[in-house]
Design a binder for this molecule. Structure first.
Ligand SMILES: Cc1cc2nc3c(=O)[nH]c(=O)nc-3n(C[C@H](O)[C@H](O)[C@H](O)COP(=O)(O)OP(=O)(O)OC[C@H]3O[C@@H](n4cnc5c(N)ncnc54)[C@H](O)[C@@H]3O)c2cc1C
Length: 377
């Protein structure tokens, strides 16, 4: 495994950083919908809303490793905007893995180019979160396809997704073997956004509850897993990619916190010297930087394995587990270094602590990652 970045990857990082510093970072804390639209447009102009879409469908055609570099840069500028991209990547992944030519050409171009938008992945329900045997959303077979009924909760990009990749059962027992992934246009009749939540972090995202009321789905809108004939394997493969990208989100958030702490520690004088020169602070900064590098390497390894098509489920779960825990440690350490300023409402560091908090919950909680990893030991 060669860890040196190619010239293209270095240029990609530089161009995303320039855009993010100019068009996202200065507005990220303000959070109003006016700024959000502008930030989305800036990302769309660089074709960053779903960088893994192949060029033939209008995308950048990036592999997952390069996509993780993009997500880290976006997360360092605005975790909320990066989460919009991560959710879109997650929604597109089943199509990239197992979609038909028709599904690719119908849905993927919706996410690309200057007019591209976001997509959503809808699995969680109020009763069925971690338990995939308890999914109540039901797609009942009708002569020309399915009728989808159910309610999905905590969905990122609610109310704004161009399409939703919905996980539902094709029989009413809701067992995981009967799960399938359905591609539903965001404007389809019968979709109602019931509530948009005030979340503690990743504030620029729109997280909500969406109801599907007799939504008509054609047979060609079902993504069929080639290997097993069931959607469950496809679902787990999709999660492997999503989890690796949580690693990139975590690294970006933690990096932003370290930058804040370093800047403060260089300039804050106590006992006549910058606090960075006090060994306790210096060592904390060293631990933070080491922690971030550990998580970045685990994330890169998971993405690299996925790009190679190897056996990557455990690597991906480990990257997610380690990186999300790391981001929570590092953001809290940064807040400590800022002293009282680390406890003020409306500050960047407060936001980063809140942003990091969600990473242990999304894409399967960290308990679930431990279940997955321990089952392979
Ligand atoms: C900001 C945000 C964005 C989200 N975005 C999306 C999205 O875009 N799409 C989507 O589908 N979902 C999304 N989610 C939902 C998220 O994936 C779920 O919250 C998560 O899977 C946990 O489900 P739950 O909340 O129902 O908790 P539960 O499954 O009820 O779990 C509660 C607690 O019990 C633990 N637990 C549960 N089962 C076990 C077990 N078998 N062994 C050990 N511990 C267990 C969990 O780890 C957790 O600590 C989002 C959530 C948030 C907060």
């Amino acid at each position: 495994m060669d860890l040196s970045l190619t010239r293209e990857q270095q240029e990609l990082i530089k161009s995303v950083q320039e855009m993010a510093n100019r068009d996202i970072k200065p507005f990220a804390l303000k959070g109003s919908s006016k700024y959000k639209e502008k930030m989305l447009l800036a990302m769309a102009r660089m074709n960053l809303l779903c960088p893994t879409v192949p060029q033939e469908y209008g995308g950048l055609g990036l592999d997952l490793f390069s996509t993780a570099l993009v997500v880290e840069e976006l997360a360092a500028a605005s975790p909320g905007m990066a989460a919009i991209v991560a959710a879109t990547l997650h929604a597109a992944e089943p199509i990239l893995l197992a979609g038909t030519e028709q599904q690719k050409s119908e849905f993927l171009p919706l996410l690309t180019g200057a007019h591209g938008g976001s997509a959503a992945f809808a699995l969680t329900e109020s009763a069925g979160g971690s338990d995939l045997n308890n999914i109540a959303s039901y797609a009942e077979a009708v002569p020309d396809g399915y009728l989808l009924n159910g309610s999905k909760d905590y969905m990122i990009n609610a109310g704004m997704a161009r399409f939703i990749s919905v996980v539902a059962a094709i029989d009413n027992r809701g067992k995981k073997s009967s799960l399938r992934i359905f591609l539903v246009p965001g404007s389809a009749a019968g979709i109602v956004t019931e509530e948009i939540y005030q979340t503690s972090g990743i504030n620029l995202t729109s997280v909500g509850r969406v109801k599907f009321d007799d939504v008509h789905i054609m047979d060609q809108q079902v993504v069929k897993s080639r290997e097993a004939g069931s959607g469950y394997l496809l679902l787990t493969q999709t999660f492997d990619v999503g989890r690796a990208l949580v690693g990139a989100l975590a690294v970006g958030i933690a990096r932003a916190a370290l930058e804040q702490a370093l800047d403060f520690a260089d300039n804050r004088l106590q006992s006549g010297t910058p606090i960075k020169k006090h060994q306790a602070v210096a060592f904390t900064l060293a631990d933070m930087a080491t922690d971030i590098e550990m998580a970045r390497l685990m994330t890169w390894k998971a993405c690299w394995l996925i790009d190679q098509g190897g056996d990557y489920s455990v690597a991906s779960a480990m990257a997610k587990l380690a990186s999300s825990s790391m981001a929570q440690r590092v953001t809290c350490s940064a807040a400590d270094i800022l002293g009282a300023r680390g406890y003020l409402h409306g500050t960047l560091i407060e936001q980063l602590v809140r942003d990091a908090r969600v990473l242990s919950t999304i894409e399967g909680t960290n308990h679930i990652q431990r279940l997955l990893i321990s089952s392979q030991l």
